[in-house]
Design a binder for this molecule. Structure first.
Ligand code: XMP
Length: 512
């Protein structure tokens, strides 16, 4: 594998993705990882990421400079270049001219292994306020911009570094550069494929679980479904999946998920209709955080009951399967501090504490698009794999004000029309999320000479890469028109449709 030491750059995950796109496995470790932890990955090479600090600051992240002495090829990127310079006897200082955004780089050492097939002048993406002023002994400059050093190397020591960001799409030939490092310098082989991943993961799960029993909470979403199918491939019906109707699922979702996962994929699935239990608890509650907490807690209670029942039937459960993805893993070990809670998120899962379950997280090394590739290789249908994200608290965070069975039914119908029309327009997969929101606002309308007084529904459609930031989608007017006229005509109880044109930030994607 290639180990990436994370100094806190917003682009660190991108480095890992770019390398994996070459079918070479790469892992991100916090820069504070010990030498043993780095070596335990049996790396073929090490990449030092960018980061927001200055190497000469007292609060610079404490990384072990001995990673530069392991004899493994090292590639420093941005802060990584400065780290190398600083620790091997060069000098880094605050730049007179900071460089952010596009910059023109001149390659000076074209024979350098890192720059094979890279033209002498390239447009790159820069983001730094420090620069290398004096190079460490044994290093030479390999590239420059008009203002500063853009690349250094010491091929004898097998250390290369660039000041710009090859992992960012805006850097021309960035992927060539990473390929040069991975294949020519580290001599990695492009062997990390979905097939291989499935084979080795299935074998590992089988070995780990033996004849034990596992359970898993399914949401019908991509991650939990792929995790379940993968584990099912390993241990068959020793895995019991639990799917809970929390009363705020989408139209016919309870039945559809059962058809897909039990019918098409053959999972051993327990479907629990707990909708009444959830809706009773939610009655009269209007505060968004209170709703979220109720649903989160209730889910854990229902799942806990099921887990104990399954344990009784099977003679004990030992394992809990979760669809944790790599970004969550990196996030929870990252060098960045905790951030403010905007919303208390709830995901399927939740550990029945007294059962002392051990975790199986078969996707914890994967990014979302890799999960989709694995799912496709496992023969899962595209309508599961391409599904837009749907929040754990479901339609509850899209019904403003009190949640009643009538309001849930209204929103289910409106939401179904939105999804249907977005799919018909061929837009479903290009859009991160598209849905309807039910507002507790009534207004006057007229239908067939009759006065109406009914609810308002908002349409939301956003583009996003990870849900952290988002932009509203300029949906074609004819699609909006179709959605609006269908909702008002078909959903009795809604007589007005509006379109949400707020980005995130300052808005959030869900309304609550
Ligand atoms: P917000 O509304 O915070 O949403 O901009 C960002 C992304 O997260 C999803 N979301 C959730 N997902 N449990 C989840 O699994 C939750 O409690 C939850 N709340 C929001 C939301 O749909 C969007 O994709």
């Amino acid at each position: 594998s290639i180990v990436i030491l994370d100094f806190g750059s917003q682009y660190t995950q991108l480095i890992a993705r770019r390398i994996r796109e070459q079918n070479v496995f790469s892992v991100v470790l916090p820069c504070t990882a010990s030498l043993e932890e780095v070596q335990a990955q049996r790396p073929l090479g090490i990449i030092l990421s960018g980061g927001p600090c200055s190497v000469y600051d007292a609060d610079a992240p404490p990384a072990d400079p001995r990673v530069l002495e392991l004899g493994l090829p090292v590639l420093g990127i941005c802060y990584g270049l400065q780290f190398i310079t600083h620790h091997l006897g060069g000098k880094v200082r605050s730049a007179e001219k900071r460089e952010y955004g596009h910059a023109e780089v001149m390659v000076e050492d074209a024979g350098n292994a890192l720059f094979t097939n890279v033209p002498p002048s390239v447009n790159v993406w820069m983001s730094h306020g420090d620069e290398a002023l004096e190079l460490p002994p044994g290093f030479h400059r390999t590239a420059k911009t008009a203002n500063a050093v853009a690349g250094i190397a010491n091929p004898e020591r097998r250390i290369w570094a660039v000041q710009f960001h090859p992992e960012v799409k805006h850097t021309a030939h960035g992927t060539d550069l990473l390929r040069n490092f991975v294949f020519n310098i580290c001599d990695a082989k492009p062997e990390w494929t979905p097939e291989l991943f499935i084979q080795s993961t299935v074998a590992a799960i089988r070995e780990k679980v033996g004849d034990g029993q596992a359970i898993c909470a399914l949401s019908g979403g991509v991650d939990s479904s792929v995790a379940a199918v993968l584990v099912h491939r390993a241990i068959g019906d020793q895995l019991t999946c639990v799917f809970v109707d929390n009363g705020v699922l989408r139209l016919n979702e309870f039945e559809k998920v059962q058809q897909n996962l039990r019918g098409k994929l053959g999972l051993n699935l327990v479907a629990v209709d707990a909708s009444k239990r959830f809706l009773d608890k939610l009655a009269g509650v209007t505060d968004p955080e209170a709703k979220r907490k109720i649903i989160g807690n209730e889910f854990i209670a229902v799942f806990d009951d099921e887990a104990h029942r399954i344990a009784q039937q099977t003679g004990g459960v030992d394992w809990l399967v979760q669809g944790t993805l790599y970004p969550d893993v990196i996030e929870s070990s990252s060098v960045k501090g905790p951030s403010q809670t905007i919303k208390s998120h709830h995901n399927v899962g939740g550990l029945p504490e007294d059962m002392k379950l051990k975790l199986i997280e078969p996707l914890r090394d994967l990014f979302k698009d890799e999960v989709r590739r694995i799912g496709a290789d496992l023969g899962m249908p595209q309508d599961i794999l391409q599904r837009q994200p749907f929040p754990g608290p479901g339609l509850a965070v899209r019904i403003l004000g009190e949640i009643t069975p009538e309001r849930v039914a209204l929103l289910q119908e409106a939401d179904d029309i939105v999804v249907d029309e977005i799919k018909k327009a061929g837009l479903y997969q290009q859009i991160w999320q598209s849905f309807a929101v039910l507002l507790p606002v009534k207004s006057v309308g007229v239908m067939g000479d009759q006065r109406t007084y009914a609810y308002t529904c908002a349409i939301r459609a956003v583009h996003s890469d990870d849900g952290m930031t988002a932009d509203w989608v300029p949906l074609p007017y004819d699609v909006l028109k179709k959605i609006s006229s269908r909702i008002v005509n078909e959903v009795r109880g809604i007589n007005r449709v509006v379109y949400d044109i707020t980005s995130k930030p300052p808005g959030t994607i869900e309304w609550e």
